[in-house]
Ligand binder design. Structure first.
Ligand SMILES: Cc1cc2nc3c(=O)[nH]c(=O)nc-3n(C[C@H](O)[C@H](O)[C@H](O)COP(=O)(O)O)c2cc1C
Length: 196
């Protein structure tokens, strides 16, 4: 089989390649402002653990300026900056439509809970709401942040983790939640929108 050079100076190709490389499990990031008036939800596929002990997680959030026509403006970015906290919520396949919709509108313009029918659940260690319909919810406190380009990577330490009572079976994560068929991956949404 031959090899071709793929031109990533072409922005369209660069974005497409990031789609292929970042085809991981999709999560919903919740956030709020310090006064708890604006509640954000962001669909995110750029989430990865980055340390076992201490357990640290990273998310990458677009840092474009509001009103600048930037593709990378995220209302959630300012909210996470405001509180240095976020909730990490993991949805299963049946929430795919909500996950898609949340990824297309801004939290300071639309009440994404009302729009999708998802239920806000109070957290215990942070201000931010969590999403009840997600099977795993992690209350996260930001410990570091790095501007990497048009996104900022937030590093966070989990303060408390909530799981549905059927997630563990005899001490192991049950097939229902381990199965890739029941998780939403970035590519599932891209397939849905025919955007590869
Ligand atoms: C499947 C999918 C994955 C996404 N992953 C990310 C991501 O990892 N980081 C990010 O900043 N935006 C990501 N987005 C885009 C945001 O979800 C989208 O811009 C959203 O409207 C931002 O909401 P907000 O303005 O309320 O923060 C993704 C969108 C979709 C549909």
């Amino acid at each position: 089989m031959g090899k071709l050079e793929f031109d990533i100076q072409n922005p369209e190709n660069a974005i497409k390649l990031s789609f292929l490389l970042g085809n991981g499990q999709v999560v919903l990031i919740t956030s709020c402002d310090a006064q708890k008036k604006v509640h954000g939800i962001l669909t995110a596929s750029w989430m990865t653990p980055t340390s076992h002990i201490p357990l640290l997680l990273t998310i990458s959030v677009g840092n474009g300026k509001e009103g600048s026509e930037s593709e990378n403006y995220r209302a959630s970015y300012k909210l996470i900056e405001d509180t240095a906290e976020f909730g990490l919520n993991i949805p299963t396949k049946e929430l795919i439509e909500a996950v898609g919709k949340i990824g297309t509108v801004h939290s300071n313009q639309v009440d994404k809970y009302a729009e999708t029918g998802l239920t806000a659940m109070e957290s215990k260690m942070i201000k931010v709401n969590l999403i009840k319909e997600c099977y795993l919810n992690i209350e996260c406190k930001v410990t570091d942040e790095y501007i990497t380009g048009d996104h900022t990577v937030f590093v966070a330490e989990p303060a408390l983790v909530h799981i549905n009572d059927d997630v563990l079976e005899n001490g192991i994560f049950s097939e229902k939640y381990r199965s890739k068929n029941n998780q939403i991956h970035f590519g599932d949404i891209i397939d849905l929108w025919n955007m590869w």
